[in-house]
Write a protein that binds this ligand. Structure first.
Ligand code: AMP
Length: 144
């Protein structure tokens, strides 16, 4: 299965992005409000500058306390995150996520942000694919 199929199944909801100068307290509110775990940092919604995950915020809170809430996305984000393209396979994305130990991946075609996939999206897609393969094999064995 390809990344473009995952994006299609999620609907064409726009990716939520924030600018580098957004305070961490505001970013945390957005994560909670939208019930998501990561925000793409971009100045124009097209070029990906970084990714800010709930983990970045929790780690900073634990290490340095509430002072980090006044800092900005630029201070805590991971710069130049690993991305994928719409024609990449779910297996390839899963491998990159597992190797890099992260759960979010921006989807970028020709330098333009077109979506985001999470490990949950990829695992769901892979399970559906395996269930279909199982049904097809069962059908072949049973002769229908
Ligand atoms: P996550 O598991 O996605 O919540 O993120 C765990 C850590 O990896 C955080 O420090 C993120 O900023 C970072 N991270 C998240 N997504 C990516 C990515 N696609 N490429 C590189 N680092 C990432």
């Amino acid at each position: 299965m390809l990344v473009q199929q995952i994006l299609k199944s999620k609907g064409d909801a726009p990716v939520i992005t924030i600018r580098k100068d957004v305070p961490i307290a505001e970013a945390a509110n957005l994560l909670a409000e939208r019930r998501i775990g990561g925000l793409i940092v971009s100045k124009d919604g097209k070029a990906v500058q970084g990714i800010l995950s709930e983990r970045d915020i929790v780690r900073s809170l634990a290490l340095r306390g509430a002072v980090c809430l006044k800092e900005t996305a630029a201070d805590l984000m991971t710069r130049n995150p690993v991305s994928c393209t719409t024609d990449e396979t779910t297996d390839s994305v899963l491998q990159k996520m597992t190797a890099g130990r992260f759960r979010h991946m921006p989807v970028v075609d020709d330098g333009v942000l077109v979506g985001i996939v999470t490990i949950g999206d990829v695992v769901k897609a892979r399970l559906e694919e395996l269930a279909m393969e199982k049904d097809a094999l069962q059908g072949m064995i049973m002769g229908h």
